[in-house]
Structure formats: structure tokens, C-alpha cells
Design a protein around this ligand. Structure first.
Ligand code: TK8
Length: 361
């Protein structure tokens, strides 16, 4: 059962923050940078527009906080004519469902991970390859590249207008069964592999199969109760998500595997986009880029802090040294062998080129 106060979180954003503070004296967020000042011209009057935006994560997440900044930019630069209403906590649906709603025009905006979006633009799967992006700088360089812009453009005609990449982040393993410091711990030779929830994405499925786990794809919104009820042992997400989604309440162990860096993609329904005046479109595109950059900053500020908070709240976290990471890297090599030809060797080489360049800077 989902505890009552979690549904309160879903229903009332502002109230839940207060409630959270009342529950414990622990800070709800790290010291976060203020959003950059809103600059740029006020746009002309092209009528009132209300944008409904559904996101997967909670009100304390970088995703939500930066979406608020997005809303503020639009509101200020349209003199209040454009309003964005943000619905957090997957309450309007999960990533897959919300992308379908964008296509049919029953939702205006969403902010899914790139991984379930590979059904629209296959090349996005390059981000799902394990250990491809060794540093955050490299990941940001890739997201800012022409190659990445090409992936956003490739959404044209799908019913979805892809606006900007931002950071979901380095994914870490958590579970309720045992401390994990090696692929053998995942496979659990004598006791059986961990049952791991994955995103709805075949490369992720392949990663965890290869490591000897029993992976099951599942919507993010169902994950907390699936773990609480023991339907799955664990999952993998950035520390910030594990913390802001309260997964530590049902997960005793964490491992800093950093096995994949996944981006988020800010998206709009093509129907909503097409209805807007070009000046509004330009403003939306601008605001998306600015809020995405702010999201990456918040996410960066969150990462280590979130891990420490999880430890403080009782999660046993295993940091892996280079050798231990290398063991995971070696173990997932078959994932590359299987997927590189399908994703495209050229594309992978292009990405690796950008990574190397960023490391030499
Ligand atoms: C939130 C999801 C989530 C992702 C996942 O909508 O499903 O595990 O990492 O954060 O996009």
C-alpha cells in the first residue's frame, strides 16, 4: 500500500513541502542556485495560452524546479498571457503514456527520459549504452552537439516537438536484498539474480540480463509500490531521484555504479506547437533551452548531496573503486556487441569523438 501521505504529495505540491519539513528536520533540497535572471524581450499579444505539462518526478526534483523556471520565463515574457501548469509525480501518466498524449494532443508538454523515447527516434538509444559518457562535462558536450540537435529534429512528424535535452543523470543501483559491489552480487550465484525494474527500453533490459539480474520493465509511477510490495528487489536511477522519490524508505542498499547517463528531453505536443504564433514558439524554444541549462546545474548540485542524504537516512551505500567499475564495464561488453551494430557504429564513433574532445579541453 502507498502510504496516505504520499498521495498528499501528489495532490498538493506546496502543502507537501511543508508537510515534509514537519516530518523531519532534514533539508528537502541542497543549497541550490537561484534561477538566472529572466532576460529577453516581452513578446507581442497573440492571445492567452495555457500549457498543461506532466512530469514524472516530485516537487523537490531538479526537473520540477527547473520546469517552474520555464513557466516563470514564459509568464514574464508574455506579460502573463502564457501560463504553464505543472503536474508532478507521474500523476497524468508515465513517460510512455504522456508521450502518447502529446501525439494525440491531450497533453501539451512532458519531460521524459530519452530511453523510452527511442520508440520515436531510435538513435537516442546511443545514450543507453553503458559507460559511454565518462564525465558530466562529456555528457553535456554531447547533449549540446549538432548530433544531439539532429536527434531532437528527428522527432518532426511524430506528433512531438522535442525542445531541449537536460540531465536525468548517472544511474545508480539500489535494492532491498543485499550490498552490491560486483556483477556477481547482482547475479547472486547461489541465491538468484536481483529482480530489477528497468525503464521501458531494450538496451536497459539487455544490460541487466547480461549482468545476471531478472529485469522487468515497468512504469516509473508504479515503482515505489512495486518495491514496497517486494514485486521487484530494486531499480536504478540517479541519487537525486532515489531521494526525492523516497525510495530509501523501501531500499536498504545503494551502489554507485554510474552505469548509464540518461538525459531528459523537454517535449511539446506538435498540435500545441502548431497552434501557437511563431513569436510564442520562439519564446517557448528559448525558455526550454534556458530552463534545461538550469536543470543541469540543479542536478549537478543535487548529486553528491543526495547520496549523503540517503546515507543519513539509513541507506547503506557502496562506493565502487575504478577496478570494481571496470569489472561491471567488462561484464556488460556483450551489450555493446549486440547493440552497436543496431544503433550504428558511425553514430557511436561520433559520440566517442565528442567525448574525447571534451576530455582534452
Ligand atoms: C521520470 C522518469 C524517471 C526515469 C525512470 O518520468 O523511469 O527510471 O529515470 O526518472 O523519466
Amino acid at each position: 500500500m502507498t502510504p496516505i501521505w504520499r498521495s498528499t504529495l501528489t495532490l498538493a505540491g506546496a502543502a507537501s513541502l511543508t508537510f515534509g519539513v514537519a516530518l523531519s528536520a532534514q533539508a528537502q533540497t541542497p543549497d541550490l542556485s537561484e534561477p538566472p535572471a529572466i532576460d529577453g524581450d516581452v513578446v507581442g499579444d497573440h492571445g492567452s495560452v495555457t500549457i498543461r505539462m506532466g512530469i514524472g518526478l516530485a516537487e523537490t526534483s531538479p526537473q520540477y524546479l527547473s520546469s517552474q523556471y520555464f513557466a516563470d520565463i514564459l509568464e514574464e515574457r508574455s506579460e502573463g498571457r502564457i501560463t504553464v501548469n505543472i503536474f508532478p509525480n507521474s500523476q497524468l501518466g508515465d513517460d510512455v503514456q504522456m508521450m502518447e498524449m502529446l501525439q494525440t494532443g491531450t497533453l501539451d508538454m512532458s519531460y521524459p527520459s530519452s530511453s523510452p523515447a527511442t520508440t520515436y527516434v531510435e538513435e537516442l538509444a546511443v545514450f543507453d549504452l553503458p559507460f559511454l559518457l565518462p564525465t558530466r562535462d562529456a555528457a553535456v558536450a554531447v547533449m549540446n552537439s549538432d548530433v544531439a540537435q539532429g536527434m531532437l529534429d528527428a522527432f518532426d512528424g511524430t506528433g512531438i516537438k522535442a525542445l531541449a535535452f537536460s540531465e536525468n543523470g548517472y544511474r545508480q543501483l539500489s535494492n532491498s536484498a543485499r550490498a552490491v559491489e560486483s556483477p556477481e552480487d547482482v547475479a547472486g550465484m547461489d541465491v538468484g539474480g536481483l529482480t530489477i525494474r528497468t525503464m521501458e527500453n531494450p538496451v536497459h533490459l539487455s544490460i541487466w540480463q547480461t549482468l545476471g539480474a531478472n529485469p522487468t520493465p515497468m512504469a516509473f509511477g508504479e515503482l515505489f509500490s512495486a518495491m514496497e510490495q517486494g514485486v521487484v528487489d530494486g531499480q536504478e536511477n540517479p541519487w537525486s531521484t532515489i531521494l526525492t522519490s523516497n525510495f530509501h524508505e523501501v531500499q536498504d542498499y545503494g551502489s554507485e555504479t554510474r552505469h548509464v547517463y540518461t538525459p531528459f528531453i523537454m517535449m511539446m505536443s506538435e498540435r500545441t506547437w502548431d497552434r501557437m504564433d511563431p513569436e510564442y514558439q520562439e519564446l517557448v524554444q528559448d525558455a526550454a533551452r534556458q530552463s534545461a541549462a538550469y536543470e543541469i546545474q540543479l542536478s549537478t548540485e543535487y548529486d553528491d548531496w543526495a547520496r549523503e542524504q540517503l546515507e543519513e537516512r539509513g541507506m547503506q551505500i557502496t562506493r565502487l573503486d575504478d577496478e570494481q567499475i571496470a569489472a561491471f564495464q567488462e561484464a556488460v561488453q556483450p551489450v555493446y556487441d549486440e547493440w552497436a551494430p543496431r544503433i550504428g557504429e558511425d553514430l557511436i564513433e561520433q559520440i566517442q569523438g565528442i567525448v574525447e574532445e571534451s576530455m582534452n579541453d
